[in-house]
Design a protein around this ligand. Structure first.
Ligand SMILES: [Cu+2]
Length: 108
């Protein structure tokens, strides 16, 4: 067995595991803010994924995690990204309008 064949032989069980590859690849999700509200949070969030927050409203808003994981301040028309670092439920709100809130459910 030459070196190339041997490398293929050992790598194959991992490279053909499509489910593991799909799970390892982080995704970007979008969460829009408009009409003084966060749109419903995306489903299927996983650790390592990103949320892109889009402020489509005419007012300044924040996306602020109650657990301190993120705090984005977004002027009207601006967007920003946060990364999900840990599993669990993350409650978020807007610091300027505390009645605006939502929850991200992040799986490990
Ligand atoms: Cu706000």
């Amino acid at each position: 067995m030459d070196w190339n064949r041997r490398a293929f032989f050992f790598a194959a069980p991992f490279s053909f595991s499509g489910a593991n590859l799909a799970r390892a690849k982080p995704k970007a999700h979008f969460l829009r803010i408009s009409a003084m509200a966060f749109e419903p949070p995306p489903a299927g969030l996983r650790v390592g994924d990103e949320i892109e927050w889009i402020n489509s409203d005419g007012f300044r808003h924040t996306a602020t995690a109650r657990n301190g994981d993120f705090d984005l301040d977004l002027m009207p028309g601006r967007r920003g990204r946060t990364v999900l670092h840990r599993p669990g439920a993350i409650d978020f709100y807007c610091r300027y309008h505390p009645s605006m809130r939502g929850r991200l459910d992040v799986r490990g």
